[in-house]
Design a protein around this ligand. Structure first.
Ligand code: PLP
Length: 409
């Protein structure tokens, strides 16, 4: 990133990671100093730490309508995803078909694509396509399931567009066919209500740092009765489901973050959503050739993904960074070439627009003043970059139209 010429930070990259809530930090601190016992120890000193872990487990379970003993603490969302998928494949060795989507996070997508090398067995992975608004066709989903299907792994909400999938319905369909169902709910937990008493998933992944708890702690929900094979083999922790001494302070922080999330859910879906909508409408109306990526309504309340045609997402981010504005782009610079995100490609977003996509993801810590600041800075940033863009110039001189542009640079 270029040097930030401003000391101001306007953080709208909460799908990448969130700030640790002050209340979370406060409850964690004693576990780095006075309360350093091992929660598995027999003595009272360790026992009081164990009691705090039990309380955190209850708070986390209550946010998602689960029972505390259905939770397994992990190190992150990625570990939770791997554990669920590998567990299903090991507990059903005769079944080697997996159904997932083209828009999953790399934690699921890359795992599914490397399963053969990892396990030494041939797998058949169906990556379901999505519609142009990022939603899924339920009929295609249903048709993809077969007798060989071991597990379905479909995210609750997409990290890039915020699009929400109908997990309850898809899980019911899988259950009726006796197929295990995993959902990566890393972006959904804490932002939208989840009640697992009504959604028959077998596995659900959570990551602490997406909901104002620290990085390095995750949870895998495993429904009671679901066959389970541990990923981390070691001690007896987590009732033998995940070896390794617990990341106590972070687990306690996550417990507090979940307690706070219950109280903040309404604000997330009213004030934060209104701020997101103001930002989105402002960008779409003040900047020509700007378009929304993803379904307008079937979406997380905090996320908007907007494409600014004929400019490079990374250049936009560099200019935003000068004003202290933090967001993400839908393209990642790989080996010198800018590759648009697999999510936007799966949605069929044209290259000229996918290259210039920016994701803003808000949290309860954002203010209207920050939205106004971004709305003031963005139009000149885009206009200046377009003034230097040969594609913009030629499209506006009628030489290359959006539909004709074959740019794959
Ligand atoms: N799944 C989704 C949808 C995500 O957005 C992320 C992180 O961006 C992950 C999984 C991985 O989570 P973690 O960083 O905790 O491994």
């Amino acid at each position: 990133m270029s040097g930030n010429e401003s000391t101001k930070v306007v953080y709208m990259d909460n799908n990448a990671t969130t700030r640790v809530a002050p209340e979370v930090l406060e409850v964690m601190l004693p576990y780095f100093s006075d309360l350093y016992g091992n929660p598995s120890s027999m003595h009272t000193f360790g026992g009081q730490v164990g009691a705090a872990v039990i309380k955190a487990r209850k708070n986390i379970a209550s946010l998602i309508g689960a029972s505390p003993d259905e939770l397994v603490f992990t190190s992150c969302g990625t570990e939770s995803d791997s554990t669920a998928i590998l567990s299903a494949l090991q507990s059903l060795p005769g079944k080697r078909h997996i159904v997932t989507t083209r828009v999953e996070h790399p934690a699921v997508k890359n795992l599914c694509e490397t399963l053969d090398t990892l396990t030494g067995h041939k797998h058949n992975v169906t990556q379901l396509p999505v519609e142009s608004d990022g939603t899924i066709d339920l009929q295609k989903y249903e048709e993809s399931l077969g007798d060989e299907t071991a597990i379905v792994s479909i995210m609750w909400a997409n990290n890039e567009t915020g699009v929400i999938f109908p997990i309850a319905e898809m899980a019911r369909i899988a259950k009726s066919r006796n197929i295990l169902f995993h959902t990566d709910a890393v972006q959904a937990v804490g932002k939208v209500p989840i009640n697992l008493a009504e959604v028959p998933v077998d596995f659900l992944s959570i990551s602490g740092h997406k909901l104002h708890a620290p990085k390095g702690v995750g949870v895998l929900y495993v429904r009671k009765g679901t066959p389970f094979v541990p990923f981390m083999i070691g001690g007896h922790q987590e009732h033998g489901r995940r070896g390794g001494t617990e990341n106590v302070a972070s687990i306690i922080g996550l417990g507090m973050a979940c307690e706070l999330a219950v109280g903040h859910m309404e604000e997330e879906n009213t004030r934060v959503k209104a701020l997101r909508d103001k930002l989105e409408n402002g960008l779409l109306t003040s900047i020509p050739n700007a378009m929304l990526n993803g379904h307008k309504d079937q979406r997380l309340p905090n996320t908007t993904n907007v494409s600014f045609e004929f400019v490079e997402g990374e250049s936009i981010l560099l200019h935003m960074d000068r004003y202290g504005i933090c967001a993400s782009s839908g393209s990642a610079c790989t080996s010198g070439s800018l590759e648009p995100s697999h999510v936007l490609r799966a949605m069929g977003v044209p290259f000229t627009a996918a290259h210039g996509s920016i994701r803003f993801s808000l949290s309860i810590y954002n203010t209207e003043e920050e939205v106004d600041y971004i709305l003031e800075k963005m139009p000149p940033i885009i206009a200046n970059l377009r003034a230097m863009s040969p594609f913009w110039k030629s499209s506006h001189q009628g030489r290359v139209g959006k539909s004709q542009c074959k740019c794959e640079c």
